[in-house]
Design a protein around this ligand. Structure first.
Ligand code: UD1
Ligand code: MG
Length: 452
């Protein structure tokens, strides 16, 4: 839906309870900073204009915001004097905008676009301000939504300023608010800081709007959607909720998970139809798995593309640049980094394939190593189509194995091998017929005479 909307994302704030060198909003959920999640939400709600408020020493936050949402305007809040003050840091954007205003908190990363649409719908129904609320299991330090006898929203009371009666209220403020006001800066300008924290509370806008005759509405959503992250424990709780949702979505789209609660997905994981994911699999950033592929237990994937019908693991590790064609098999204790494998290629056991390419239907034996690093530079190993690399071979890069060539087991290959050739690099076998039987007989005699 296209709207005339300015979204202001608040990303400053001290985050003292995180005890971290990293700004709170750059802590990650599913591999992406919380701020990135919220900027994506802002983008999907639409409406065009997007502003982010960061702290003065938050160059990293600014960069992150610009990377996640290139058109965003970034404002600096000089002193973290509260959420009301933070919105005013974006004064310039608000002044230049005639339309609705949406405020999102970068520390509240799980809200869905549908819920924000519901909130904005209240503005269309005549509310001057709409607040997203939830019934808290434990209201703790959340602001309480104080409703009037008719059920309308009268005020928001921060926990530190609340009376015992108000503290008993379980309907809480998520922090997400939408305004349709003729002069929002006037309302925001009237917010004072005479409260327990000495901060300018955005939540005070409710009473100001009401005094001026505007209606305040509450939209209630599930608590899981509006978890505000103020500590590492809450960060982990948000991660758990995000993962639960993402697994459910993947399964709804046709992915089989035997033990979904043990599978970790990233914000950008793409799993095709009829993919099967066994227990204890971790998907880092930038992984795509095509239809019907199987990811067996205890595998770790990041920056990888797995072709349709491929079979990965158990205990496989795919690292960035692993590009696997259709029906490729990567077995236990095989590590693949920056290697393209053609359709039907196999490396089933205990191998390191780093920097290079493996042609279609080639077979990489157990214990094969691509020796890609000389201590200074990385080099490429190229294995041609249908080649057969015997077990325990070391392919010292740069090196090319021609199509259809055979490498004898245990070889250390330092020179290119021609197509369809056999390359062997080991001493030839020496065999002595009957030696073992004679040896045993001799030793048995020796032992018998020693025992007398
Ligand atoms: C706020 C709400 C509270 C609500 C809770 C929901 C106020 C006064 N309180 O409390 O009613 O229940 O969120 O999670 O609004 N920020 C700035 N600059 C500041 C202060 C905060 O940018 O000066 C940003 C923070 O980065 C964060 C958001 O605003 O993204 C909320 O700030 P936080 O300090 O976490 O507020 P809460 O105490 O959680
Ligand atoms: Mg908070």
């Amino acid at each position: 839906m296209s709207r005339n909307l300015l979204t202001v994302v608040l990303a400053a704030g001290k985050g003292t309870r995180m005890r971290s060198d990293l700004p709170k909003v750059l802590h990650r959920i599913a591999g992406r900073p919380m701020l990135g999640h919220v900027l994506t939400l802002a983008g999907s709600v639409g409406g065009g204009k997007l502003a982010v408020v960061v702290g003065p020493d938050m160059e990293a936050v600014r960069k992150d915001a610009l990377a996640a949402a290139p058109g965003v305007s970034v404002f600096v809040q000089q002193n973290q004097a509260g959420t009301g003050d933070a919105v005013l840091a974006a004064r310039e954007a608000i002044a230049g905008h005639a339309g609705d205003l949406l405020v999102l908190f970068a520390d509240t990363p799980l809200i869905t676009a549908e819920t924000v649409e519901r909130l904005l719908g209240e503005l269309d129904r005549g509310a001057a301000v709409a607040v997203l609320g939830f019934e808290a299991r434990e209201a703790g330090s959340y602001g309480r939504l104080i409703t009037g006898p008719d059920g309308s929203l009268a005020a928001i009371r921060e926990a530190k300023d609340a009376s015992p009666d108000e503290l008993a209220v379980r309907l809480c403020n998520s922090g997400v608010m939408a305004f349709r006001l003729p002069a929002p800066l006037d309302v925001l300008g009237k917010i004072g800081n005479a409260n327990a924290k000495g901060e300018y509370y955005l939540t005070d806008a409710i009473e100001i709007v009401r005094r001026e005759g505007g209606r305040a509405a509450v939209v209630v959503c599930d608590e899981d959607e509006v978890l505000g992250v103020n500590s590492r424990g809450e960060l982990a709780a948000a991660e758990a909720i995000w993962q639960r949702r993402a697994r459910a979505r993947a399964m709804a789209e046709g992915v089989t998970m035997i033990a979904p609660e043990t599978v970790w997905l990233s914000f950008d994981t793409v799993l095709g139809r009829d993919v099967v994911v066994e227990p204890n699999v971790f998907f880092g950033a930038d992984v795509r798995v095509d239809e019907g592929a199987e990811i067996k237990a205890n595998s770790y994937l990041e920056g990888a593309h797995v072709g349709a019908g491929a079979r990965i693991g158990p205990y496989a590790r795919l690292r960035p640049g692993a590009r696997l064609g259709r029906d490729v098999h990567i077995g236990n204790f095989v590590e693949v980094k920056n290697v393209t494998l053609g359709d039907g290629a196999k490396a089933n056991h205990l191998a390191y394939l780093g920097d290079g390419s493996v042609g279609a239907k080639a077979n990489i034996g157990a214990g094969t190593i691509f020796c890609n690093y000389d201590g200074f530079f990385k080099h490429k190993t190229e294995v041609g189509e249908g080649a057969f690399v015997g077990s325990n071979s070391a392919l010292v890069a740069p090196v090319k194995i021609g199509a259809g060539a055979y490498i004898g087991s245990g070889s250390v290959i330092t020179k290119d091998v021609a197509a369809d050739a056999l390359a062997l690099e080991r001493s030839s076998q020496d065999e002595r017929p009957g030696w073992a039987a004679k040896f045993r007989a001799m030793m048995a005699r020796r032992k018998a005479s020693a025992g007398k």
